[in-house]
Write a protein that binds this ligand. Structure first.
Ligand SMILES: Cc1cc2nc3c(=O)[nH]c(=O)nc-3n(C[C@H](O)[C@H](O)[C@H](O)COP(=O)(O)O)c2cc1C
Length: 151
């Protein structure tokens, strides 16, 4: 079985809802195990064991949530040679922007040499049901691709 790590942080609950919808979509693919983890609880082992990673971060002060950065800080040195080419997707929520969080995360994952599997999702403002459906589809598409070995 292949594993997708869904790594996220949420202070106010918005990203919590988005990450759960992503995981629900991914779980529609029976051949894939979905590991949904708050960044603060995720370990190096979680990263080394996954076949793809989905990162869900709110934008705080123009950049990613501190706990997402903390996960990168904790894992980079040990994981950097072992996760080259890991497929990733990124979804961000924000009050009105989100581009700062995306560009900062892109810079970091370029250091790990991970591969962008699908287009990012950026939600500015309160997510609508259409946004949640798009996130669920992103999860399902990633999982289907991982199961088929496309990514
Ligand atoms: C401390 C703090 C800083 C924020 N900074 C930004 C920001 O720089 N740009 C933006 O668009 N939204 C900003 N926001 C709004 C959040 O990104 C937005 O409310 C998001 O949905 C919060 O996600 P959460 O409920 O999962 O914590 C900020 C919110 C907080 C609490």
């Amino acid at each position: 079985m292949k594993t997708i790590l869904v790594l996220y942080h949420s202070q106010g609950g918005t990203m919590d809802g988005m990450a759960h919808r992503f995981a629900r979509g991914a779980a529609r693919e029976e051949e894939v195990v979905v590991s949904l983890k708050r960044a603060q609880d995720a370990t190096l082992d979680d990263l080394l064991r996954c076949d793809a990673i989905a990162i869900g971060s709110p934008e705080y002060f123009g950049t990613m949530a501190g706990m997402i950065k903390d996960f990168f800080d904790r894992t980079f040195q040990a994981a950097q040679d072992q996760t080259i080419g890991l497929p990733f997707v990124l979804f961000v929520c924000a009050g009105n922007d989100g581009r700062g969080a995306i560009s900062q995360i892109e810079r970091i994952v370029a250091g790990y040499k991970w591969r962008k599997a699908l287009e990012h999702i950026r939600i500015a403002g309160r997510p609508t049901e259409a946004d949640f459906l798009a996130i669920e589809e992103l999860g399902h598409t990633l999982a289907a691709g991982v199961a088929l070995g496309i990514f």
